[in-house]
Design a protein around this ligand. Structure first.
Ligand code: PLP
Length: 368
């Protein structure tokens, strides 16, 4: 019995009638970029996250880039972030000419170690960019408090955390602005690339909207040099069909995580993820850590069970930083201890207990 890491075909089968209907509607209307579906999605996401504004864009990477650009962050500025994230988080910082400054992670949650922030601040620090990794929020009260004392902006990379909460408030509403991705494998995914900025700050929302559209708010008049980063009507229409199901899907991911916690409790040689009680995570990925990751992953693959390293190499250790002038590679022992040792077990809406029992059997056999 094989189990994929994520079963998007099953999701399509469940929503096939509704999805096919909106795809045909978009085709028949022949209005493909922007338009009423995109505006409706922006309103729906703002309402879902509890923010005043949401601005659609081409993908999550662009959402991060647009926010930083809207805040005027660029050459000579430093942005404090985590080395344990998808590469896009730092790509946005570096492309604007700013310098990423990495702090270590907490064991178990793999989120940014917020107690390390203060020591990372310099005269050049402009912003902190926490990433709600694997769908669990960073301890945002601490981040916002440090930022406030030092006059810094805070940007949430919420790409893995749509629907997660922190002290009752949704990811995306916990800082000056937040970036979401609708990449197909995210908890709320479209059928291509898509992204969104959420914020309560009108100036940031307006600037992001303008920058995403060639620095223009009036056709053929350009107040700034922006980029082309727009959302398709088709993606918006599909996301509007899926959004009402998101909370139920996230609840199913949490239920699956609980089953793993139960089945893997006490198994020697594998570390389970830690859940902080300040919020409710959405398990974008269920990540375990083991010194014997390679052995376990080989056994899973041989059994047709989907798995992958998240992430094989921390960002501060990546080759690309050799060409970043002035970058000094820090020593970050906790995150370095995750290299080649942290990997995902299948955890998606609809996974069955029988499938999880099979996965756990393969894992425990591999460790025996
Ligand atoms: C997916 C992801 C991004 C980038 O989103 P794209 O839509 O693929 O550009 C950024 N940060 C994190 C943490 C992500 O998981």
């Amino acid at each position: 019995m094989g189990v994929p890491l994520l079963d998007l075909k099953a999701q399509y089968r469940d929503l096939e009638t509704d999805l096919d209907a909106v795809i045909h509607e978009v085709m028949a209307n022949a209005a493909f970029i922007g338009g009423p579906k995109v505006a409706e999605l922006e309103r729906s996401i703002a309402e879902y996250c509890g923010t005043a504004y949401a601005v659609a864009c081409g993908n999550g990477t662009d959402a991060l880039f647009l926010i930083l650009a809207a805040m005027g962050i660029g050459k000579g500025d430093e942005v404090i972030t985590t080395p344990f994230t998808f590469f896009a988080t730092v790509e946005a910082i570096v492309h604007l000419g700013a310098m990423p400054v990495f702090v270590d992670v907490e064991p178990g949650t793999y989120n940014m170690d917020v107690t390390a922030l203060e020591a990372a601040i310099t005269d050049r620090t402009k912003a902190i960019m926490p990433v709600h990794i694997f769908g669990q929020c960073v301890d945002m009260d601490v981040v916002n408090d440090v930022a406030k004392r030092h006059g810094l902006r805070v940007i949430e990379d919420a790409c893995q955390a749509i629907g997660a909460t922190y002290k009752g408030r949704k990811a995306g509403s916990l800082a000056d602005a937040a970036a979401f991705s609708f990449f197909p494998s995210k908890n709320l995914g479209c059928v291509g690339d898509g992204g969104m900025v959420t914020t309560d700050d009108k100036a940031i929302a307006d600037a992001c909207r303008k920058l995403a559209n060639h620095g223009s708010s009036r056709k053929y008049y350009h107040e700034a040099f922006g980029v082309n980063s727009r959302l398709d009507a088709l993606q918006a229409a599909i996301l509007l069909v899926k959004l009402p199901h998101l909370d139920a899907w996230n609840a199913q991911r949490r239920a699956a995580a609980e089953v793993y916690d139960e089945l893997l409790a006490g198994v020697e040689g594998i570390e389970l993820p830690v859940t902080r009680d300040y919020g409710v995570p959405v398990y974008h990925l269920f990540i375990v850590k083991s010194e014997r990751a390679e052995t376990i992953m080989d056994a899973l693959q041989a059994a047709g069970i989907g798995t992958a390293l998240y992430y094989p190499l921390a960002l501060h250790e990546q080759e690309c930083f050799e060409s970043v002038e002035g970058f000094v590679k820090p020593s970050l022992p906790e995150v370095e201890s995750c290299d080649m040792r942290t990997f995902a077990l299948p955890c998606f809406p609809g996974i069955t207990r029988a499938q999880q029992e099979e996965i756990v059997r393969v894992v425990t056999d591999a460790l025996a």
